[in-house]
Design a protein around this ligand. Sequence first.
Ligand code: AR6
Length: 169
Amino acid sequence: MTTIELVRGDITRESVDAIVNAANSSLLGGGGVDGAIHRRGGPAVLEDCRRLRAGHLGKGLPTGRAVATTAGDLDARWVIHTVGPVFSATEDRSALLASCYRESLRVAGELGARTVAFPAISTGVYGWPMDDGARIAVETARAADTTVEKVRFVLFDERAYEAFAAHLR
Ligand code: AR6
């Protein structure tokens, strides 16, 4: 059984086995939670991302996929980078968003991570409506066939927290 927890706060302050990053396919950093994770994680995280880009992820990480690096100076063993879809009003990309959560949990399970912290993927710069993003996150985590024991959704503001809480009830 996987326990799902909601907390309001900054994901870079989490003490867990793995912190999930809402990255972009370049893996070379950006704004939002990605910027915060690279800032607090330090240069080791970026170095590892560069190594992946120089290797099998030469074209970048596809949307909906996940890959792990060191967590550098974060209080975690790994950062799991995943690339959420940009929200589209004309195309249903929700399967890709669900895939981010499922793939991140799959990678976490492979690593032996027991506790994993997630941000609300795609709900910032990528424009996904918070309520729908929260629904997909909670439903996918609930349905996941995973050895991860605890999923913590770390929500940056009250609005995000309330959206997740509504779907967890
Ligand atoms: N802790 C927890 N949640 C956070 C934090 C934090 N420190 N900072 C922001 N959030 P976003 P996306 C919330 O934009 O929409 C980057 O530039 C934020 O309030 O970080 O997937 C990447 O490089 C929002 O609810 O990610 C990509 O280019 C959620 O995290 C692009 O943004 C996600 O917002 C990805 O966009």
